[in-house]
Design a protein around this ligand. Structure first.
Ligand code: ADP
Ligand code: MG
Length: 257
């Protein structure tokens, strides 16, 4: 399989804090890879560097063999990388369909001014976005909620809507930042099944951050574990769960082999 994402020796410092320290990995097309680690270990910062929210202090991000380090977030979205956030970010003034259509705006020809004054070209594009937005919601089992206020949805559906909005940008790579945070084990399991089905349906590569190892073990063939911004283990769920460095990082105690 082709290399889709390549992270080379990424370092991100905030003043004296080294949030990511020499992080390198490769994601191949079609892969589902988990990134796990204790709170504050640098997981979200890695996503923020990939998506251009932060410029790396050093190191490079390559996507489809192009160096995208330091380019703007909307340009990176346009290249085919979409994400969700650890804290749900949905627009309250828009209904569910409106939130999804918002994700589609990066692929239309009309600019913001044309959208505001509603030129004929924008009206046509809006019709197309409306149709594809409904198709997307339908494919994800959210069509019944198209005209609901996002915050009125149960938490699990809000998480799915965030994924729907990310998919509206037509990504090749989807970055999910703790999508199951705060869910019961059975809701988390249902969401993980949803993620694998979405991955197949939309032919995606997924990089999935999770705090708890258990949540991703059933679905991710490869797991990367970081602590203090550094990779401390990488492998299959079986390889990871008995790794002493991983156990130490999570329990904050020393173990002896
Ligand atoms: P995780 O997602 O694994 O919980 P983060 O990537 O959010 O961890 O944070 C890693 C470290 O970087 C933490 O010590 C955090 O306080 C620090 N950090 C993250 N973003 C910033 C920022 N914008 N300014 C200063 N420190 C930050
Ligand atoms: Mg985080």
């Amino acid at each position: 399989m082709a290399v889709l994402l390549q992270l080379d020796h990424l370092v991100k410092k905030f003043g004296g804090i080294v949030a990511i320290n020499d992080f390198s990995t490769i994601l191949h097309q079609g892969e589902l890879c988990a990134l796990i680690g204790p709170n504050g270990s640098g997981k979200t910062t890695i996503f923020n560097v990939i998506t251009g929210i932060y410029t790396p202090t050093s190191g490079q991000v390559h996507f489809n063999n192009e160096d995208i380090s330091g380019i703007k977030p909307d340009q990176i979205t346009g290249r085919g990388i979409a994400r969700t956030f650890q804290n749900i970010r949905l627009f309250k003034g828009l209904d569910v369909l409106g939130n999804v259509m918002l994700g589609m705006h990066i692929h239309i020809a009309s600019n913001v001014a044309e959208a505001i004054i509603r030129t004929p070209r924008y009206n046509l594009e809006e019709k197309v976005m409306h149709t594809s937005g409904m198709e997307l919601l339908d494919a994800l089992g959210l069509a019944d909620f198209a005209h609901a206020e996002p915050t009125s949805l149960p938490y699990g559906k809000q998480r799915k809507l965030e994924i729907a909005r990310a998919l509206a940008t037509k990504p090749q790579l989807l970055l999910l930042d703790e999508p199951a945070a705060g869910m019961s084990p059975s809701d988390a399991e249902e969401l993980m099944d949803f993620i694998t089905s979405v991955m197949q349906k939309f032919d995606l590569t997924i990089f999935l951050i999770e705090h708890q190892m258990r949540v991703v073990m059933g679905i991710c063939p490869r797991i990367i574990v970081i602590d203090h911004g550094e990779i401390i283990a990488e492998g299959t769920p079986e390889e990871i769960q008995n790794n002493n460095r991983v156990i130490e990082a999570y329990l904050g105690v020393e173990t002896h082999a």
